[in-house]
Design a protein around this ligand. Structure first.
Ligand code: FES
Length: 63
């Protein structure tokens, strides 16, 4: 599941997104986009990036 490609424009996987969230405190959606490049093409994956960000922050007890 975590090897799903979430951002097809920039070829960014769910695994990479989750890893980035775990290793960056106080990460925002913009930070996530800046670091991974996800969401910086057509933008159609941004909603899914936000869902993953909130899901992972909840799991980590950071939200
Ligand atoms: S699919 Fe992520 S920017 Fe296009």
């Amino acid at each position: 599941m975590e090897d799903n490609i979430i951002c097809h424009c920039m070829d960014v996987s769910e695994h990479e997104i989750v890893y980035t969230i775990k290793h960056n405190d106080d990460i925002s959606i913009q930070d996530l986009m800046d670091i991974t490049g996800a969401g910086t093409g057509c933008g159609s994956c941004i909603g899914e990036l936000e869902e993953i960000l909130h899901r992972e922050l909840r799991k980590l007890g950071r939200e």
